[in-house]
Design a protein around this ligand. Sequence first.
Ligand code: HEC
Ligand code: HEC
Length: 357
Amino acid sequence: MKKVWIIGCIVLTMIVIHSCEKDPLISDPNAVSDYQPTRYHLKVPPGFPDYFSDENNPLTLEGIALGRKLFFDPILSRKDNISCGSCHLQEAGFSDPAQFSLGTHGGRTAVQSMPVQNIAWMPQLFWDGRAKSPVDQAFQPVANPIEMDLSWNEAVRKLQDDAFYPDLFSQAFGTTEIDSLLVSRAIVQFEMTIVSSESKFDKVLRGETQFSELEAFGSELVFNTEEGDCFHCHGSILATDNLFHNNGLDIDANLAPGRFDVTENDEDFGKFKTPSLRNLVFTAPYMHDGRFNTIRQVIDFYSEGVKVNRNIDNLMKQAHQGGIQLSEYQKEALEAFLLTMTDSSIVTNPDFSDPNK
Ligand code: HEC
Ligand code: HEC
């Protein structure tokens, strides 16, 4: 009899636990009963690999709309003056035309802003790769004292006190209780929709058009291992290997730590994440410190400005002579090819614009 009673108790407890698990929203006083978000299917463009999807953060129209509003809203900064979009401007391919960006107190970032594009395919983010996913990245600018300088507690309180946000969170996530994770997830949903796949380069790969003679010659330089060999690092349809390299910008004495800050491995000193070659026409200046203002300056660097340092990558051809020694015509061709990776929809698509304007 006693045994039956104990088993009965265990079964009862399991039923209670199970029913809680089954519908966690029942215990949440902020839960919304008519939560029915509209799923959004992010298409993999032709020729692209599968993106990294986050099963905890399925894209929905409501989540994307909320993320877009948050991305452009200075409410996430201490002085209500800086949004993500202040340093990632749509007209600049979601990068910053300034060499360094200004934060909420007017201080400058230590490195150049990076374009927000095709982040659904990024296993690591930031120049040194310290963020392991887009959501991990989105957590960081708000609390960063130079950038937005708001503790997450304060940021959440501001959103919670806002007239519109609690309702927008309930539409996107089924709860009016805002937290940093939901804020980051919404922003990432919006960012994931910023896909660049409609450049001439893409259309040539899809067989829809052809390169001009000059562009075709430039593409040979990029893909030819004996010549430019750019594709070893800026390879794949994403125009980046998403890995870390030292491309010979500086001599030893001037190397910035880069990837070393994350791994503390001396071999990583002076290595940075390979940026994509997509949309360069919008995203100047170039390199982690924005030292080059034009594509031509970058080409001149790879041609005759490369410096040998202790960690320079083996893939940097003819580094001991300062670079790959291109003729004037080769430089023009290389630039013409790089410009085929321009996808103007990034800067014109109204879905990516500031919804608060
Ligand atoms: C004050 C300027 C500033 C603000 C505000 C800012 N960023 Fe950035 N962002 C940068 C800079 C600079 C980098 C490069 C930082 C680094 O590598 O250390 C960067 C890097 C990134 C990257 C990495 C891209 C890649 O290719 O790895 C993403 C994504 C990004 N920011 C999104 C955001 C989001 C989302 C917000 C708002 C929550 C935001 N940023 C706010 C300046 C800013
Ligand atoms: C060994 C790998 C490697 C090779 C080979 C290489 N790059 Fe790079 N590239 C990088 C890295 C890493 C950076 C970023 C370096 C930094 O900021 O410190 C970069 C930066 C760039 C940038 C600046 C992009 C931006 O948004 O700031 C351009 C443009 C570029 N490379 C073009 C080329 C071209 C053209 C070639 C071939 C002539 C080439 N690269 C060869 C690794 C490489």
